[in-house]
Design a protein around this ligand. Structure first.
Ligand code: NI
Length: 390
């Protein structure tokens, strides 16, 4: 088989991306996407196997022994109705690739196909990981639990995620905190119901909940170092039956985002202390439940500098920039980056001529397909150079 040139691979990548975009699949239901990935890996002569239901792992063994680099793409779509106006828009009602995972999968597949006939130039191994369910409930953790980091042992993990606010084709990097953790909580305030005309006979949970809503904001404004970042947002509040009844139970639901593992670990106790104190001050009680979500993505500083250095030497990228700040969104690549040195890169996909592009997760989200070649080139150069620098 002759080695495909870069332009041919770029055409394949756009074709795959459009095919995946047209038939988006939700987490752990990426059957057609996985089948496409398996088919193309097999065609390129790369052995692959299934991990965590719909996850696919391909292994390319280089010509010389060395370290193992894991390159990761996610494959799942979102329950968002597409209104992008693209000719290849989703034909699945209410489901859309609104986070660019179609592009991630196509770019990594393109890199695999380009690299396969050039394996003699690779020192070490490249593990191509096509992960399900990034948007929830999470595919990274079950893949790791199923041993994706073993046989051969993975020495570093790199991923690329598109970002509409970066110019098309630009690679963005950042050492240290990159994406926030995302945990959820529910606080139930429990009092005593009664007639609204006789509040003294009940324990009204509505004013207790109201006090709690404002007091919880003081964690960020008064308790945490102002140079640390934490977001506590209350998204739901539910209580009461009708206007003349004292509500015996009110529930508050919210999310907590931060970058520091220590701060994150302290949050359930802070919530319990404040909720418990306010509830008991008013004769009510409370139940706090805290659900751990994805940890923060913290890019390994040494690996990230190596990756950025290789990107800077890669021809044909739209530029390489250091990102000024992390983002408060979450990404389950965090589990890979907790287990081995990890680096999450960004790829600018701003459609040309648009000053205010639709953001990720928007029904109007579109990306500039010309940017995808930057992602493919970056993966290929990392595969050729990074393992011997690890
Ligand atoms: Ni995403």
């Amino acid at each position: 088989m002759t080695a495909p040139d870069a332009a041919h691979v770029d055409d394949l990548v756009v074709g795959w991306r459009r095919a995946i975009h047209r038939e988006p699949e939700l987490g752990f239901a990426e059957h057609k996407t996985s089948a496409l990935v398996e088919r193309e890996l097999a065609r390129a002569g790369i052995p692959s196997w299934r991990v965590a239901q719909t996850g696919v792992v391909g292994l390319l063994e280089g010509g010389k022994p060395g370290k193992t680099l894991l390159l990761r793409a996610d494959m799942d779509a979102l329950p968002v109705p597409e209104r992008s106006g693209e000719p290849f828009a989703s034909i699945v009602p209410g489901v859309m690739h609104a986070c660019g995972h179609d592009a991630h999968t196509a770019m990594l597949l393109g890199a695999a196909v380009w690299l396969a006939p050039r394996r003699a130039e690779i020192t070490g191994n490249i593990k191509f990981v096509f992960q399900p369910a990034e948007e929830g409930p999470g595919g990274a953790k079950p893949m790791i639990e199923a041993g994706v980091l073993l046989h051969p042992h993975v020495d570093a993990a790199v991923m690329i995620h598109v970002l509409p606010i970066l110019p098309s084709g630009v690679i963005g990097w950042r050492a240290g905190p990159m994406q926030a953790s995302a945990d959820d909580f529910t606080i139930a305030v429990i009092g005593r119901g009664g007639h609204a005309a006789s509040p003294q006979l009940g324990v009204d949970t509505i004013p207790v909940a109201a006090e709690l809503v404002s007091s919880l904001q003081r964690i960020a404004s008064r308790e945490v170092d102002p140079l640390e970042s934490v977001v506590l947002s209350i998204g739901t509040i539910q209580g009461g039956y009708r206007r003349n009844v004292i509500a015996d139970r009110t529930e508050i639901g919210g999310t907590v985002r931060c970058f520091s593992h220590e701060l994150r670990a302290s949050m359930p106790e802070r919530l319990r202390r404040i909720a418990g104190g306010i509830a008991s001050a008013h004769g009510a009680s409370c139940e706090v439940s805290y659900e751990w979500g994805y940890p923060p993505v913290v890019n390994d500083p040494r690996l990230t500098r190596l990756v950025a250095g290789i990107a800077e030497r890669t021809p044909e990228l739209g530029g390489v920039v250091e990102l000024p700040a992390p983002r408060m969104g979450a990404e389950d690549f965090a589990y890979f980056a907790q287990a081995v040195p990890g680096c999450m890169l960004r790829l600018g996909v701003a459609p040309p001529g648009q000053d205010d592009p639709a953001m990720l997760h928007s029904p109007q989200f579109r990306l500039d397909e010309a940017a995808l070649r930057s992602g493919v080139r970056t993966f290929c150069e990392l595969a050729l150079r990074l393992p011997q620098e690890l």
